[in-house]
Ligand binder design. Structure first.
Ligand code: BTN
Length: 320
């Protein structure tokens, strides 16, 4: 039913009335199936659809679906040369799909953006859910030459790319270690990086990004979205802008590692010189003052027992 629901959504996307009969004819199915697809859009996808006798169905406003030419139109030379764009209406998770495709030899720079994820994943085993059309969910496959051990700090660099892009639209965003993007202190975007490869040789990395544009995803902490901050930007424009920032930063990271980005990360960081609490999946939390990150992107915290170093992993940070 999801396939037909997306076909109906494509018709309704212009925000005008379309009769069930005309849609049934165009889509080669019965009016009953169109009616079921409309219900699917409402009940499963959370969309509002007006239904008026004699006129048909319409959305409250036009709906801009993800569109490869529209995204490509935004890309500068760097990004256009390196990224291959792929879109999916509904998949389990763009990270899961790209990880599978990476193992099957998918090319460096493949980007997969999904309208809807049925099993979107966040860090530390959490779920990542987003209402249809309310944000961006996409993943990038990047093949690095620096080996798995040289990838420490990558997630922080991806955070820098997101902040650079979002600040172009006037969003006063900051970064929370290791890689949440915050707007007014609340989570606007998250990054899930998954690695496979050799300790020293080449590594295939799937970089998954979820970003709220108009309604929060389902996360376990206060969330933000761009619309509430008065920032209106289309999803295709935003995705293109993010990719423009990611292309040169990922290349530079491959050549130079995190040390080259450390100062810029400090300039974007929330909670620097502030009391924080680190929670672990196992063991007691640690409290202290966040003083910065080292050349590998590890967090430095001054605790009562002295300075401690925390690596990206099973750690989550909160202001305390
Ligand atoms: C987090 O903050 O916990 C990370 C969230 C990452 C979510 C994105 S959405 C696109 C990609 N596919 C997934 O299943 N997860 C990432």
């Amino acid at each position: 039913m999801s396939d037909l629901a997306f076909a109906v959504l494509r018709t309704l996307a212009d925000g005008r009335f379309h009769s069930g009969e005309a849609m049934a004819q165009a889509l080669g199915c019965s009016r009953t199936l169109v009616w079921q697809a409309v219900h699917h859009l409402e009940n499963e996808f959370g969309l509002t659809i007006f239904s008026v006798r004699g006129q048909g169905y319409r959305l409250p406003q036009p709906f801009a679906l993800l569109d490869v030419p529209a995204i490509r139109h935004q890309l500068g030379e760097d990004a256009a040369n390196v990224f291959t764009l792929a879109l999916a209406d509904e998949i389990d998770s763009s990270n899961t799909q790209l990880t599978t495709r990476a193992a099957q030899g998918a090319p460096h720079g493949l980007v997969l953006a999904a309208e809807r994820q049925t099993a979107g994943r966040g860090r530390l085993g959490r779920r990542w859910q987003m209402q249809l059309g309310a944000g961006l969910t996409f993943s990038v496959l990047w093949r690095f030459d620096r080996g798995l051990s040289g990838l420490a700090g990558l997630s922080l660099v991806v955070g820098i790319a997101l902040v650079r892009a979002l600040r172009q639209f006037g969003a006063p965003v900051t970064l929370k270690w290791p890689n949440d993007v915050l707007l007014d202190g609340r989570k606007l975007a998250g990054i899930l990086i998954e690695l496979s490869g050799d300790a020293l040789g080449s590594a295939a990395v799937v970089i998954g990004i979820g970003l709220n544009l108009s309604a929060p995803g389902d996360v376990d902490q206060p969330v933000a979205n761009l619309a509430d901050a008065g920032i209106k930007v289309g999803r295709n424009v935003l995705l293109g802008t993010l990719l423009n920032q990611l292309a040169p930063l990922l290349s530079q990271f491959d050549r130079e590692g995190f040390a080259a980005f450390r100062d810029e990360w400090h300039g974007m960081a929330a909670y620097l010189a502030q009391p924080v609490r680190l929670n672990f999946s196992h063991g007691e939390p640690v409290e202290g003052i966040a003083v910065g990150v080292d050349d590998n992107g590890a967090l430095l915290v001054d605790t009562a027992a002295g300075r401690r170093v925390f690596h990206v992993g099973e750690v989550s940070l909160r202001a305390s």
